[in-house]
Design a binder for this molecule. Structure first.
Ligand code: SAM
Ligand code: SF4
Length: 337
């Protein structure tokens, strides 16, 4: 492990949080994320598990303390438990404070116990509806009962579960109270996410489905007593407490520039592209130094440092002029949500 100075960007933000997409593949085809007939990348373009280990370990050596594994669906990547097991050594050493993942929940019956054994304590599970038919319509290929059983398996393994719900007008806007009640009863935190102008936009415009979290919060307040909470988890969510359930609700509003100033995170795609900002095109290829120099991480570290020196102040998403501007051609499943 290196003992190099920490990563600090030009705006004095320390980079302590890395999200890594380990695959572009998924067993679901959520409408806002993927086309039904996605073309996936040739396997040779993906980082191998060994390359992922080197890459994450390099970031941890540079001061990253929180590592979130995502995708695509991270738990469909072959051999992924080997990677989680390998990362647990950084938890044991104390260099890494948190190892976590974002998952659609479909594989948790198989993996929840092992994830807990690798030191994972909290996971984010994406669930946009409590209605099996709607679930099918949103995820296309997902099975609601399998995800419910996955959530139960996570709880049984002792993992704290946070539910992530993309707010979709005309789809799940009639369910927001049920979701608050269900999460409250089960003790899950709940985070609502504004739909972002990403993914397959061929004949769909996310603007039609855009449900402002400002409006969603106003709707919640017709039935629940919400109190603003100063809590932050190092991410872009703002939190409220729900008096009636004692639960916590987060709001992630990536389209309103309210979190860039505190941004401590960067992302790496499954092909090893480092994105310094979710909403900007600028990236750095980390696969090239990984592959050019299989035993020496110095070129990799130098590339990471040079990239962080270019981390922008904020992003360009904007729905405000009733057009989707600042739209990114990337798929969320490549970048990792
Ligand atoms: N497959 C895993 C899952 O669904 O949790 C991890 C990857 S997924 C890309 C990560 C998160 O991104 C999910 O919570 C998903 O709902 C969210 N997401 C995908 N496309 C989105 C979009 N266009 N706008 C907002 N959130 C999106
Ligand atoms: Fe798969 Fe997650 Fe994208 Fe849905 S949101 S298609 S589960 S990667």
């Amino acid at each position: 492990m290196t003992n190099e100075p920490r990563l600090i960007d030009p705006f004095a933000r320390a980079i302590t949080y890395l999200r890594v997409s380990v695959t572009d593949r998924c067993d679901f085809r959520c409408v806002y994320c993927m086309a039904e007939h996605m073309e996936f990348l040739p396997k040779a373009q993906l980082l191998t598990l060994e390359e992922l280990d080197r890459l994450c370990s390099a970031f941890i050596g540079l001061g990253v303390q929180k590592l979130r594994i995502t995708g695509g669906e991270p738990l469909v990547r072959k051999g992924i438990m080997t990677f989680f097991r390998a990362m647990s050594r950084h938890l044991d050493s104390g260099a890494l404070k948190e190892l976590t993942l974002t998952t659609n929940g479909s594989q948790l019956q198989r993996f929840a116990a092992e994830l807990a054994d690798c030191g994972v304590k909290r996971i984010n599970i994406s669930l946009d509806t409590l209605d099996a038919a709607k679930f099918k319509a949103i995820t296309r290929w997902g099975r609601f009962e399998q995800v419910m059983a996955g959530i139960d398996a996570a709880v049984a393994a002792g993992l704290r579960v946070k539910i992530n719900t993309v707010a979709l007008k005309g789809v799940n806007d009639d369910e927001v109270h049920d979701l608050v009640r269900w999460c409250g009863e089960r003790g899950h935190d709940l985070t609502f996410i504004e739909v972002m102008p990403m993914g397959d936009l061929g004949n769909e415009n996310r603007l039609d489905q855009y449900y402002s979290l400002h409006d969603l919060r106003r709707e919640l307040e017709t039935q629940w007593t919400l109190t603003d909470s100063p809590e932050r988890t190092g991410g872009p969510a703002r939190y409220v407490r729900v008096k009636e359930t004692g639960g916590r609700i987060g709001f992630i509003t990536p389209l309103t520039h309210n979190f860039c100033e505190g941004c401590n995170r960067v992302r790496v795609t499954c092909t090893g592209q480092l994105y310094m900002c979710l909403g900007q095109e600028d990236d750095a290829d980390l696969r090239a130094p990984l592959r050019a120099s299989p035993t020496d991480d110095a070129p990799l570290v130098a590339t990471i440092r040079a990239a962080i020196a270019r981390k922008p102040k904020g992003h360009d998403f904007d729905y405000s002029r009733q057009t989707v501007s600042g739209q990114m051609p990337r798929h969320m499943s490549h970048t990792g949500g």
